[in-house]
Design a protein around this ligand. Structure first.
Ligand SMILES: NC(=O)C1=CN([C@@H]2O[C@H](COP(=O)(O)OP(=O)(O)OC[C@H]3O[C@@H](n4cnc5c(N)ncnc54)[C@H](OP(=O)(O)O)[C@@H]3O)[C@@H](O)[C@H]2O)C=CC1
Ligand SMILES: CC(=O)N[C@@H](CCC(=O)OP(=O)(O)O)C(=O)O
Length: 305
């Protein structure tokens, strides 16, 4: 009989679920599946959830909450849960699944029964902001602005269909213009900010990839930090990270799909000749380090594989 840990992906047939399913092929785990036509049947799903070591939820927020409540009502064995939705990311009972946040974060993920996988934009924003706030280079109440572009797979099956099947989506679109995007609470919380950033996401006519960028005037930062101080801070924070790297070369151009189909995230600093302003960028795949790639990193930690 197999001793491999068992996983069930609730939402296996969606965009994030499929990405996780494909990546699991290379890991020593047993994936337990249900037929696609039963994907909405809670009785069938719950029966499977009671038999596995880890349930990965790749569902809309409300469906995730429903699955978590159902799992927690199981009287016997309780599987660990990794949730890909926004539902639990700032809930104190859940550990935030961004292993590079701090030196102890991976260990917390290893031990946690409940882990929330970060949002795609949030991963890039937190990767850039958290080390600067922690080092005191950026005040907690700094008026941060975040601009970002995502490939259309970030909008799941529905948005993919509007670009690839219906072909009625715009080539480029700003959205979230009510300035209340669902990722803001986790960005504020895990970046360590006390003031909500202005966040303007956008989507373009390419399937996968993402750039999150943050402009800063250096004379508005605390401690009169220099370009080199910011570089050193980010370089040191990610010196031993497996999936996040500070790349110490300035790029005059950066393509949205640069790291598509990878699970890596690259952080860069771009400055002018006077070195009095910078734009920080995080480049990655919204479905890689922004979703399924990060989920695999968390699954490996949670199951010790
Ligand atoms: N796409 C991305 O880049 C990222 C997505 N996420 C998050 O991951 C989660 C999944 O997103 P994504 O994969 O993009 O979405 P998709 O729409 O591509 O897939 C969602 C899947 O969940 C199923 N589903 C929906 N409602 C229920 C329900 N009530 N019960 C059971 N199954 C249900 C859908 O079934 P059906 O086929 O019937 O619609 C579909 O298979 C979301 O919370 C999303 O915000 C996180 C990071 C990045
Ligand atoms: C292009 C696009 O629509 N992107 C999605 C974010 C995808 C994502 O990260 O969703 P989670 O918060 O569930 O992780 C959006 O802005 O709502």
């Amino acid at each position: 009989m197999s001793q491999m840990p068992k996983i069930f992906i609730d939402g296996e047939y969606g965009t994030t679920g499929l990405g996780i399913r494909q990546r699991l092929d290379t890991l020593p785990v047993q994936v337990c599946s249900i037929p696609v036509e039963q994907r909405h049947d809670m009785k069938v799903r719950l029966d499977m959830m009671g038999q596995v070591d880890l349930v990965v939820l790749c569902l809309p927020d409300d469906a995730s909450r429903e699955s978590v409540a159902a799992i927690q009502s199981l009287s016997g064995h309780q599987p660990k849960i990794l949730d890909a939705s926004t539902a639990f990311r700032t809930n104190p009972a859940w550990v935030y699944g961004f292993a590079e946040l701090d030196p102890g974060q991976a260990e917390k993920i290893k031990k946690a029964p409940l882990v929330a996988n970060p949002g795609c934009y949030s991963s890039g924003a937190i990767a850039l902001l958290h080390p600067l706030v922690q080092a005191g280079i950026m005040d907690q109440n700094y008026p941060v602005t975040i601009n970002a572009i995502s490939g259309y797979s970030g909008g799941g099956k529905q948005m993919i269909a509007s670009y690839e099947v219906e072909k009625n989506a715009p080539p480029f679109m700003l959205y979230g213009l009510s300035l209340e995007h669902k990722h803001l609470p986790e960005i504020v919380y895990y970046a360590g900010l006390s003031r909500e950033p202005i966040f303007v996401p956008s989507v373009g006519n390419f399937a996968q990839g993402m750039i999150v960028s943050i402009p800063l005037h250096l004379d508005t930062l605390s401690k009169q930090a220099s370009v080199n101080d910011i570089k050193q801070c980010l370089k040191q924070h990610y010196a031993n990270a497996e999936m996040v790297a500070f790349v110490d070369e300035e790029a005059a151009k950066l393509s949205g799909d640069k790291l598509a189909l990878t699970d890596q995230m690259e952080l860069r600093l771009h400055t002018n000749a006077r070195q009095d302003m910078v734009v920080l960028t995080a480049t990655f795949d919204n479905l890689g380090k922004g979703a399924s790639g990060a989920a695999i990193q968390n699954i490996r930690l949670m199951l010790g594989v």
